[in-house]
Design a protein around this ligand. Structure first.
Ligand code: SAM
Length: 279
């Protein structure tokens, strides 16, 4: 149990990690700040694809806007692309899969740098936004509807030099099937680039509590703490599926108010990294 003082009001957070549930208690008589953002829909209780359908419906242009819930993804994109470009020696000429591509933020950068890109996502409205934006950008990207869990069932086995799963592993319904699916579509010797959130109290406070309930930069219910993944869990699942972890780095805000992200050695909140498929 964690006691958090906020604007002078004590809020009690009860994290029942061992039982797999997270409960927020806001003493109602003491609530003096808005708990629900007035411009973002509440997403709690919806399935993952429904969350994105609802968000795109209610906030048109959300994927490519400089403001709003996905502005942070654009900020993150700079540091993650720089990192992946370095560890994979560039993207040019490579066959790349962007799993859970959403509106195509990463997919477009990869395509612009010469990769042949396929993007898959279960959210039809996000894919529509991605296709429309790629057309305007003059980029040819093969966007397909599908889930990470079902990868490898559509003739894509062993197809890709690189697979990216950024900001998506903590959203999938079945983490084990997702990692197995990624392994199936990677060519032997191919690389996986990932970015996800750690299931720690710091991860909860920063990614869920602060973003969804205090600053309201993300809709309430966007993240499910139970789906956050520890570095050990990820390393173990990769190993079980013939993928060997090469490196992990923490991702943090620069601290200069710019929104710029920097890499650190602290994996307690958000972390990225890469793995190689051994066979
Ligand atoms: C936070 S967004 C990240 C989008 C994109 N990867 C990026 O970083 O710009 C998460 C995306 O994962 C997708 N998603 C959710 N469940 C999924 C699943 N089971 N398989 C593949 N994608 C999924 C959502 O539809 C959404 O587009």
């Amino acid at each position: 149990m964690v006691e958090v003082g906020l604007r002078g009001e004590p809020i009690t957070l009860v994290l029942w990690e061992e039982f797999g549930t997270t409960t927020l208690h806001h003493p109602p008589h003491r609530r003096r700040f808005p708990i629900v953002s007035d411009h973002l829909p509440r997403l709690g209780g919806l399935s993952e694809p429904e969350k994105y359908e609802r968000l795109v419906e209610r906030v048109p242009g959300v994927w490519w806007s400089d403001t709003g819930p996905f502005a942070g993804l654009h900020e993150l994109n700079q540091v993650r692309v720089e990192y992946f470009r370095h560890v994979f020696g560039g993207f040019g000429g490579k066959r790349v899969l962007d799993v859970g591509c959403g509106g195509g933020i990463l997919a477009e950068t990869l395509a612009a740098e010469g990769a042949t890109v396929t993007g898959i996502d279960p959210s039809e409205k996000s894919l529509a936004a991605a296709r429309q934006h790629a057309k305007r950008s003059g980029l040819a990207i093969d966007y397909r509807r599908g889930t990470a869990e079902d990868l490898g069932g559509g003739g894509l086995e062993g197809t890709f030099d690189l697979v990216f799963a950024v900001d998506v592993l903590e959203h999938v319904d079945d983490f084990d099937r997702t990692v197995a699916g990624i392994a199936r579509v990677l060519a032997p010797g191919g690389g996986l680039g990932f970015l996800t959130h750690n299931r720690t109290i710091a991860g909860f406070l920063q990614v869920i509590w602060e973003e969804e309930y205090v600053r309201h930069t993300m809709p309430e219910g966007f993240h499910d703490f139970r789906r956050f993944i520890t570095p050990d869990e990820l390393t173990e699942r990769l190993g079980r599926n013939d993928m060997v972890l090469q490196e992990m780095k923490g991702v943090a805000r620069a601290g200069d108010g710019s929104g710029r992200r920097v890499l650190t050695d602290d994996l307690t909140v958000t972390y990225l990294g890469w793995a190689l498929r051994t066979r």
